[in-house]
Design a protein around this ligand. Sequence first.
Ligand code: UFG
Length: 328
Amino acid sequence: MAVLVTGGAGYIGSHAVAALLEKGEEVVIVDNLYQGHRDAVLGGKLYEGDLRDADFLGKVFQENDIDGVIHFAANSLVGESMKDPGKYYHNNVYGTLCLLEQMQKAGVSRIVFSSTAATYGEPERVPIDEYDRTLPTNTYGETKLAMEKMIRWFEVAHGIKFVSLRYFNAAGAHASGRIGEDHQPETHLVPLVLQVALGQREQISVFGDDYATEDGTCIRDYIHVSDLADAHILALERLRKGGESAIYNLGSGNGYSVKQVIEVSRKVTGHSISAKIEPRRAGDPAVLIASSQRARNELGWSPKREKLEDIVTSAWDWHRSHPNGYEK
Ligand code: UFG
């Protein structure tokens, strides 16, 4: 039996594929390689193609004995989603519909879904738990919420069980040093700060220092990408054991401000990292911190690389050894 990983050549997907391979799982990967990288796939069988291509995806299900799906394939840039919502509805929502239809056809009834804290929008309180209000403030979060809801209705009608994992801020890289974060364009704080340390960027822009936080900059809950990867394996195990569908937050429960991330990066890299205060970025909540108690209790999950310094160190190891990212 094989696990199908959609978007397995992307940042978080490739770390999940690595974790599955380490567990001895047979892995089939589908990725259109628009954002993903062939070199990020450390093993398994890679099919290059798009979920929205029914003939292609049907063939993947026919050729492999798939017992569960881990679904990452999606566009995930908040800013872009506000400029081109159609792209997000088409790739994310319609892509998920195509996947669910093929799963139903092939009789595959387990899916672990890559969701996001962006489903909550501006939180009413922190830490955020899974019962809190979901009111996305951007199209990206809205499409992820729509995808979660769609899967839920496929459960009601067709018995497809799901675990939806709402990530907070993924960062860091695999311990092997072989895979890490390489987005084009890069918009995330940790890799951008490390690009400054590498001399590839003059300075890091700090988007706003007038938030209602101690140092005025936004606070986020950074979680190591391999801790996220581990949670997918536990989620799949839960479904294999006949566990009920569920939604879990995944964060470390610790909040760090933008200024703290820059400070820790200075310490880790030994570079001064010049920073400039800029206006706020639209749609940024002041504080996002997860309560991951439910994942801890029900999945038996706990982050193993909790300290921001360790997360940044692993990201720095990758960026130093791959200053230009993947070759392909
Ligand atoms: N930031 C800067 N300067 C930069 C880039 C980011 O100050 O050059 C700040 C942002 O304003 C934010 C923090 O650093 O306060 C983190 O920003 P990221 O872009 O790294 O991450 P986000 O919190 O915006 O987004 C992440 C994921 C999204 C997801 C969201 C859920 O990347 O996919 O968390 O909350 F939707």
